[in-house]
Write a new protein. Structure first.
Length: 305
């Protein structure tokens, strides 16, 4: 079962959250038919959004992580609720690149570096809080680290990893965010930097030892205490009602054009690929509800008319 585990160290001056998200990323791969490189890019983004979303205190809040670096993958979008449950998609799920010189997937090449990482937090106010920063590498983790420091003024380190098996299924996926609270001793920075620099490869730890080993390696030499854990999953909140609401927001002329075609309109969800069909009669109902008056219901689908 996928989960987020949170812990504190150094009398609360260090906060760390770890996610094991193999099932989440596998589900995303199955929905979107992602290539290995796209699986890694989307998977890392889902892990980051889940960790950041679960940090939010507001019960019905949501967080959207959007990355667009000008690369062939297009936009990468991940959305989390305040429980860490996530959903997401990439613009071009089929894009794949040769492995880098070190044998790793070229996520940075697919994402690109000429763009921004944008985080939108919706906590139920009139307008969401939006922060952004220029991409550092397109590798996601370094970009999230830069965002947390530059936009939120929180010294942080983020590591994210996705291991794709030979059959393109997801063998491991997860990561961590570790943060220093105001007033932390500068020596703690040196300790964390040394530990992160010398730790084993993240996906190797997840595959061979499990997510709790990340705490032992990142916080080596420090006493830490688990303060919470929560199960997380790939979760889409789409529904027929929401799609109907979206259709009611488009221009009346567009609805009338759809009706004039005399065919069922199919709308698919970007996050889960679920398809919702609307007959011309149902589109008539939406149009009438929108304009408050009756709409001509001539059956344009009848070739004899």
């Amino acid at each position: 079962m996928d989960k987020i585990i949170r812990a504190t160290a150094a009398d609360g001056f260090i906060k760390m959250a770890v996610i094991n998200a193999r099932d989440i990323v596998q589900r995303a791969h199955e929905i979107h038919c992602t290539s290995p490189t796209a699986s890694a890019a989307l998977g890392r983004s889902l892990c980051a959004a889940s960790l950041m979303g679960e940090m939010m205190k507001e019960e019905k809040a949501s967080l959207t992580l959007r990355i667009n670096g000008g690369g062939p993958i297009g936009s990468v979008v991940a959305v989390s609720d305040s429980g860490g449950n996530v959903r997401g998609y990439v613009g071009n799920p089929a894009v794949d690149l040769p492995l880098r010189g070190d044998g790793k997937l070229d996520v940075g090449g697919a994402v690109g570096r000429a763009g921004m990482l944008t985080v939108s937090r919706d906590i139920g106010l009139k307008e969401p809080y939006i922060g952004s920063t220029e991409l550092v590498s397109g590798e996601i983790a370094e970009d999230v680290t830069a965002y947390l420091l530059e936009s939120e003024q929180v010294p942080s380190a983020c590591a994210l990893g996705v291991l794709v098996d030979t059959d393109m299924s997801i063998k491991a996926a997860g990561g961590f965010i570790v943060q220093l609270m105001p007033g932390a001793d500068s020596a703690l920075i040196d300790t964390l930097e040394e530990n992160i620099f010398t730790m084993d490869q993240l996906t190797t730890i997840l595959t061979e030892d499990g997510e709790e080993e990340l705490f032992r390696q990142v916080l080596k030499g420090l006493e830490y205490h688990e303060v919470g854990r929560v199960a997380v999953e790939y979760r889409c909140y789409c529904s027929r009602e929401r799609v109907e609401e979206a259709l009611s927001c488009i221009e009346l002329s567009e609805l009338e054009d759809m009706i004039a075609q005399g065919q069922e309109v199919k709308v698919s969800c970007q996050f889960c690929d679920r398809v919702y069909g609307f007959s011309t009669e149902q589109l008539h109902d939406i149009a009438e509800s929108k304009c408050g008056t009756a709409v001509n219901r001539s059956d344009n689908s009848d070739p004899g008319m």
